[in-house]
Design a protein around this ligand. Structure first.
Ligand code: ADP
Ligand code: MG
Length: 396
């Protein structure tokens, strides 16, 4: 049986007040995110209410009939025998769920839909062309409820537990906000490139990192394995599909949170802060010893260091940019990040950067002058990026 896919974007997004398919996570629109996860399927259709005849888009034959109208028209247009249906408001939808559904579909099933502990998801599932006649009857007689349709079909349910987060649908601005607060059982963590989720609904909580590309995932996984083999504390990692890692959650606060809080409290950069800087540089120094000759982080960001006060240490995360590099450049970039972080160049930050510069030089065996030079170069490039209104992406 040949299975294609269709993304439903015909809804009016009335509760959101704007086109949901255009909302963004990690720099990509919902539509782009879902499309990226459906790359296994040779046939990919986009169902729209009123099409402009773009390739791959299918407009409704029966207007204003909700999702059933969209699914019907897409099935009519499809070359495949069945279609995996994904609404455009499931930004976390992932390829592993798509595969699981496809693997469970068969000739004797008209509709295979997802169910989770708390509900059924009639518009996320696979519908076969064998549904067409019954759908047509429902559409023409105005019976538009998906549940009624499913009762008339040979429907099977696929129970989804680990991947239930992929079915979170975003209908309102509040739903969208809840993604960032963790009120939905998972919490989006700041990332410009990837989709990083803290799964809060589980004990113990864990991290899901879905990469925009495959190569950085390979890099991150191989560095994590190398560091762990060298005895460095890092999160244990497990790959779940070609673009997703499941990572052990490291409880603690990021270095950014720690230093921001200190500064907001009106603290001077003092002994307490120096101790924390020492722990940070200890981790960095261990990293360089374990990572191998010439290998650098190449992406310096205070969010990538998790402070665990009760263990008296930092643990680093985010190794996707690791590779050949220059240590003084890592060190300079770290200082530039600190100095320019809003509010930039405060006396706290200047003192911190000065302290760190000599510490990094000592601990990593590099020249302070080199760090200074790299820091100025990075500050200049930050200035240009901001001036041009560019957002940073990649490992440049
Ligand atoms: N294992 C983890 N434990 C705790 N927090 C983490 C973990 N992995 C990532 N984070 C947090 O999520 C943020 C984003 O993850 P990261 O791996 O840096 O993704 P990106 O490469 O997209 O920036 C990190 O900066 C960090 O604060
Ligand atoms: Mg990061």
């Amino acid at each position: 049986m040949k299975i294609g896919a269709v993304i439903l974007r015909g809804g009016r997004s009335s509760r959101m007040g704007s086109d949901k398919a255009g909302l963004r996570l990690g720099g990509r629109t919902f539509l782009e995110l879902i499309k990226g996860e459906l790359s296994d399927f040779d046939e990919l259709l986009i169902s729209v209410a009123e099409g402009e005849g773009d390739a791959g888009t299918v407009s409704d034959i029966y207007k204003k009939c909700g999702p059933m109208g969209g699914i019907y028209s897409a099935l009519r247009a499809a070359k495949s025998d069945a279609l995996l249906v994904v609404p455009c408001d499931l930004p976390l939808f992932g390829r592993s769920l798509a595969r699981e559904l496809a693997a469970n579909m068969d000739e004797d099933t008209d509709a295979l839909i997802c169910v989770t502990d708390d509900k059924i998801h009639p518009i996320c599932g696979i519908y076969s062309k064998s549904c067409l006649e019954t759908m047509k009857y429902c559409l023409e007689s105005g019976q538009l409820r998906m549940r009624l349709l499913l009762e008339r079909l040979r429907t099977r349910q696929l129970y989804v537990s680990d991947m239930a987060y992929m079915l979170k649908n975003i209908n309102t601005p509040e739903d969208f906000k809840a993604l960032y607060t963790g009120d939905m059982g998972c919490k989006l963590l700041p990332s410009k490139r990837n989709l990083v989720l803290l799964m809060t609904g589980r004990r113990p909580p864990y991290i899901i990192k879905r990469f925009a590309e495959k190569a950085p995932l390979e890099r991150e996984l191989s560095v994590l394995n190398r560091l762990s083999a060298a005895g460095l504390p890092v999160s244990a990692a497990r790959r779940t599909d070609e673009n997703t890692l499941e990572l052990e959650y490291l409880p603690g606060i990021t270095a950014l949170e720690y230093f921001e809080k200190r500064e907001a409290e009106g603290a001077f950069f003092g002994e307490k802060d120096k101790d924390v800087c020492n722990l940070l540089v200890n981790w960095l120094s261990d990293f360089y010893s374990a990572a191998g000759e010439g290998i650098c982080l190449n992406d310096m960001n205070l969010r990538n260091f998790i402070y665990q006060p009760e263990k008296g240490r930092f643990v680093g995360v985010d190794f996707e940019c690791c590779g050949e590099g220059i240590r003084s450049r890592d060190a300079g970039a770290l200082l530039a990040y600190i100095l320019s972080y809003h509010p930039g160049f405060t006396s706290y930050k200047l003192a911190m950067a000065e302290y760190l510069r000599s510490l990094l030089a000592d601990m990593l065996g590099i020249l302070e002058e080199e760090i200074k030079k790299e820091c100025s170069a990075e500050l200049e490039s930050i200035r240009l990026r901001r001036g041009a209104g560019n957002r940073r992406g990649g490992c440049g």
